[in-house]
Design a protein around this ligand. Sequence first.
Ligand SMILES: O=C(O)C[C@H]1C=CC(=O)O1
Length: 92
Amino acid sequence: MLFLARMDVQFPAHLSAEDVTRMQGLEKEYSQALQQDGRLASIWRVVGEYANYSVFDVESNDELHQILSSFPMYPFMKIKVTPLAKHPNSIR
Ligand SMILES: O=C(O)C[C@H]1C=CC(=O)O1
């Protein structure tokens, strides 16, 4: 099952620069592991925003929820998920 997720990141003002850097390191590690195993099929930065569009390829809604809620920066992200179906005009 394919899902498009938009993730908007907003760190609280009280978080130190060191905490933010540490969090971003953990996030990178987790994100790259998901990309390695294919569940995070692609990730794109939204130009000019601290946000991304990501395509997930997973078995179920429950699996996607598990993945999203395990992102180290999950408490600091607003996430909007759109389920994707095959377009009838697609050649792939
Ligand atoms: O930098 C971001 O867009 C936030 C974060 C969410 C997944 C990921 O790899 O990074």
